[in-house]
Design a binder for this molecule. Structure first.
Ligand code: E4P
Ligand code: PEP
Length: 357
């Protein structure tokens, strides 16, 4: 076929099977508006998180919830319990619920509720976006701020207005695309250390994201756009261990605090009790939480927050199981609700003991 203005190329999309249009962010936000009450909670919790990360508020930030959300009903059931616990410990902890819709995979696997809401390879992304946004609004209605990992560069356009805390995962912490994305996000964001345990990449991620960036993106109408951002100075490091082993020990925390202070970032870090800090064992994760509570109670400084992977039932199950167990993770193993309550209360007691000095 001859190349013409109407037919400019024959060498593109050789491996693209199809394109399907998405509803625009404006359409989805119009269908499911945030509203004033939820907006006030998002604004307030973002400020409180920033104050904790900067050391202006001595509470501990605890980002807790399932590794991934696959069942909105079970997630909301969990959120109702967590909202009550959050109120109980609010003097000592700021609780943010992990509501993770986007799952980075080491190779292949289910990529989360937005990508495949039916968990069957049908990839109904419009349904996934609407389901995800509806759940965020429902959790906010319980008075509970939410935290999400941001993986697809365009997904924040559909949900970020409802999110109080964000994360960039270990597999994307070095990615310029994600650092540029964070530089324009409206909430504090944590950068996980690399999957090999390297912390400097997370420090570099915070530094890059604090700067102004200009890059390709999409606007609220879903059009390709040049995006110019101001920079996000509310970023922090998350220690999640690595292939070389855990890094939640006091020495690793102190080393990470020194690294962030060296580049002028607030000298506090978050510790992820799961992932390579627990070997993805939910039993081990509970031990790590208890150890951190003790250390904080003994006066250890430098830890601004914790991440805990927790759901209604302990462990995990295959997303391909014929009959899914209600309230059980389909990705990483999680501690169950009772263990979560014990751990959160121990962390609150640790903060109180630590204050007494
Ligand atoms: O939650 C973290 C990751 O999404 C998950 O651990 C990756 O699992 P995989 O290594 O089986 O892809
Ligand atoms: C994907 C996650 O963690 P990491 O990036 O540390 O593997 C997560 O927290 O769900």
């Amino acid at each position: 076929m001859t190349i013409t203005a109407e037919n400019p190329t024959q060498t593109a999309d050789r491996r693209v099977l199809s394109y399907s249009p998405l509803p625009t962010p404006t359409e989805i936000l119009g269908e499911l508006p945030l509203g004033e009450a939820r907006e006030a909670l998002v604004d307030r919790s973002r400020s409180e998180i920033a104050d904790i990360l900067a050391g202006r508020d001595d509470r501990l930030l605890v980002v807790v919830g399932p590794c991934s959300v696959h069942d909105p009903e079970a997630a909301l059931d969990y959120a109702e319990r967590l909202a009550a616990l959050a109120r109980e410990v609010s003097e000592d902890l700021l609780i943010v619920m992990r509501v993770y819709f986007e799952k980075p995979r080491t190779t292949v696997g289910w990529k989360g509720l937005i990508n495949d809401p039916a968990l069957d390879g049908s990839y109904d992304i419009p349904r996934g976006l609407r389901t995800a946004r509806r759940l965020l609004l429902d959790v906010l209605d319980l008075g509970l701020p939410v935290g999400c990992e941001f993986l697809e560069p365009t997904s924040p356009q559909y949900i970020a207005d409802a999110v109080s805390w964000g994360a960039i995962g270990a597999r994307t912490t070095e990615s310029q695309v994600h650092r540029q994305l964070v530089s324009g996000l409206s909430m504090p964001v944590g950068f996980k250390n690399g999957t090999d345990g390297e912390v400097q990449v997370a420090v570099d991620g915070c530094r890059s994201s604090a700067s102004r960036h200009v890059f390709f993106g999409t606007d609220a109408e879903g059009r390709a756009a040049v995006v110019e951002t101001a920079g996000n100075t509310d970023c922090h490091v998350i220690l999640r261990g690595g292939t070389r082993g855990p890094n939640h020990d006091a020495e690793s925390v102190a080393s990470a605090v020194a690294s962030v202070a060296k580049v002028g970032l607030p000298g506090l870090v978050m510790v992820d009790a799961s992932h390579a800090n627990s070997g993805k064992s939910h039993e081990r994760q509970a031990v790590v939480v208890a150890e951190l509570a003790e250390r904080i109670g003994a006066g250890e400084q430098g830890i601004s927050g914790l991440m805990i992977e927790s759901f209604l039932e302990a462990g995990s199950q295959s997303v391909e199981a014929a009959e899914l167990v209600y309230g059980k993770s389909v990705t990483d193993a999680c501690i169950d609700w009772d263990t979560t309550e014990d751990g959160v209360r121990a962390l609150a007691a640790g903060v109180r003991d630590g204050r007494r000095g």
